[in-house]
Design a binder for this molecule. Structure first.
Ligand SMILES: *Cc1c(COP(=O)(O)O)cnc(C)c1O
Length: 354
C-alpha cells in the first residue's frame, strides 16, 4: 500500500487532462483566424455543439463563467433583474461578475432543501406591472446538474420555460454538466436544452477538454453574443487547437459519463458502511456528492481530509462541514477499491481521535 503512488484526485472533474487522442488532434488541427470566421476546426465544433443541443447556433467561450456572464449581458440591460437560486454558480462562485459585466440585480431564491428553483418561487418575484420604481425582470437562470450533484427534474424545467414565455422572459440554463444531467435523467441532452433559450455547458470538466465552454441559442442571440464576446476580450484567433479536443469531448467523452456516475454510487455505498459517515447512496444521482459526518466534533472533516491526503487521496476543503467527492475520467474502478482500503485504515484512526 505504501508504494502506491498514483494520486486519486476527487477534488473536481476540472482536473482531467486532455487525452492522448485530444493532444494528437490539437497537433493536427486545421486552424485559421477565428475572429475572421476562418478557423475550420472551430466552425465544426460550433456546428456540432448546436446540432447536439438542438439549437440554431453555438459559440465557443474561454470558460463557463465567461459563458454565463456573456449570456446575462446578451439577454439583459443594465439595471434589469435576474431571478436565480441563491445556491447557483453565478451567485456563489463567479466573483460578483453579474453586477460588474451585465450590471444586473440578482433576485435570489433561497431553498436549502433543494438547490433548484420552482416556477411558484419564481413567479412571486416577477415584476408584473410597469411602475417607475421597479426594475424589469430580464432573465430567469436555472442550473442542471446542481452544485450538490443532484438533478433538476425535467417537468420542473418545462414548467418554468412554458410559464416564462407567457411573461416573455427568457430562460438561461447553466448546464456546465448538462451531459451528466442527461445521463442521470436517461434522456438526450436536447430534452434539457429545449427548456431554455440559451444554454452554457463546459467542455473542460468531465468531458476532459483542456479549455473552453459553449454558449448555444438562436442564431440571432448567438450573433449578438459573438459581438459581446469581442467586447469582453474573448475573440480568439487560431483557436482550432482548442476546438479539436472540444470535438472529441463532445462526440466521444460525453458518451462515457455513466461510468463516472457508477463509480460515484459505488464510492457512496462504500462510505455508507462506516458508522461515522452520514450519507445516503440512493441519493447520489451524478458524479458529485457530499459526505457529512455524524460526529459533532467541529474539525472532523479537516482531519479526514488530512488523513486522506497523506494516503494520496485529494479532496477540496470542507463546505459547511461536508466533504465533496467528484468522480471523473481519471478515477477508475481500481481507484475506488483503493479508496476503500484507505478508508478501512483511516476511519479506525479517526474514531480513536474523536
Ligand atoms: C464550473 C461551473 C461553472 C463555471 O465554469 P468555469 O469554467 O470554471 O468558469 C459554471 N456553472 C457551474 C454549475 C459550474 O459547475
Amino acid at each position: 500500500m505504501t508504494n502506491y503512488t498514483k494520486i486519486i484526485d476527487y477534488r473536481s472533474d476540472t482536473v482531467t487532462k486532455p487525452t492522448p487522442e485530444m493532444r494528437q488532434a490539437m497537433f493536427e488541427a486545421k486552424v485559421g483566424d477565428d475572429v475572421f470566421g476562418e478557423d475550420l476546426e472551430m466552425l465544426e465544433l460550433e456546428k456540432t455543439a448546436a446540432e447536439m443541443l438542438g439549437k440554431q447556433s453555438a459559440l465557443f467561450v474561454p470558460s463557463g463563467t465567461f459563458g454565463n456572464q456573456l449570456a446575462f449581458l446578451t439577454h439583459c440591460r443594465h439595471g434589469d433583474e435576474m431571478i436565480i437560486s441563491d445556491a447557483s454558480h453565478p451567485v456563489q462562485y463567479e466573483a460578483g461578475a453579474a453586477a460588474v459585466i451585465a450590471g444586473v440585480q440578482l433576485r435570489t431564491i433561497r431553498n436549502p432543501e433543494r438547490e433548484w428553483i420552482s416556477w411558484d418561487e419564481i413567479e412571486t418575484l416577477i415584476r408584473k406591472t410597469e411602475d417607475i420604481h421597479f426594475p424589469k425582470t430580464g432573465l430567469i437562470e436555472i442550473q442542471n446538474t446542481l452544485g450538490n450533484g443532484t438533478v433538476m427534474p425535467l417537468d420542473t424545467m418545462s414548467e418554468i420555460k412554458q410559464n416564462a414565455e407567457k411573461y416573455a422572459i427568457p430562460v438561461h440554463l447553466d448546464g456546465a454538466r448538462i451531459f451528466n444531467a442527461a445521463v442521470a435523467l436517461n434522456v438526450d441532452v436536447k430534452e434539457l436544452a429545449k427548456h431554455a433559450d440559451s444554454v452554457m455547458f463546459c467542455l473542460s470538466k468531465g468531458l476532459c477538454a483542456p479549455i473552453g465552454s459553449m454558449l448555444a441559442g438562436t442564431s440571432e442571440f448567438i450573433q449578438k453574443a459573438r459581438k459581446n464576446r469581442k467586447l469582453m476580450g474573448g475573440g480568439m484567433r487560431q483557436v482550432g487547437i482548442l476546438a479539436a479536443p472540444g470535438l472529441i469531448a463532445l462526440k466521444k467523452m460525453s458518451k462515457r459519463l455513466s461510468e463516472d456516475h457508477e463509480n460515484a454510487k459505488k464510492l457512496a455505498l462504500i462510505l455508507s458502511k462506516f458508522d461515522i459517515f452520514d450519507i445516503k447512496p440512493e441519493e447520489v444521482q451524478s458524479n458529485i456528492f457530499f459526505l457529512r459526518f455524524k460526529s459533532k466534533k467541529s474539525n472532523i472533516a479537516e482531519l479526514f481530509i488530512e488523513k486522506m491526503k497523506s494516503n494520496n487521496i485529494l479532496l477540496t476543503p470542507p463546505r459547511y462541514g461536508a466533504c465533496r467527492f467528484v468522480t471523473h475520467f481519471d478515477i477508475s474502478k481500481e481507484d475506488i477499491l483503493r479508496t476503500e482500503m484507505v478508508l478501512d485504515k483511516i476511519v479506525k484512526e479517526l474514531m480513536s481521535q474523536v
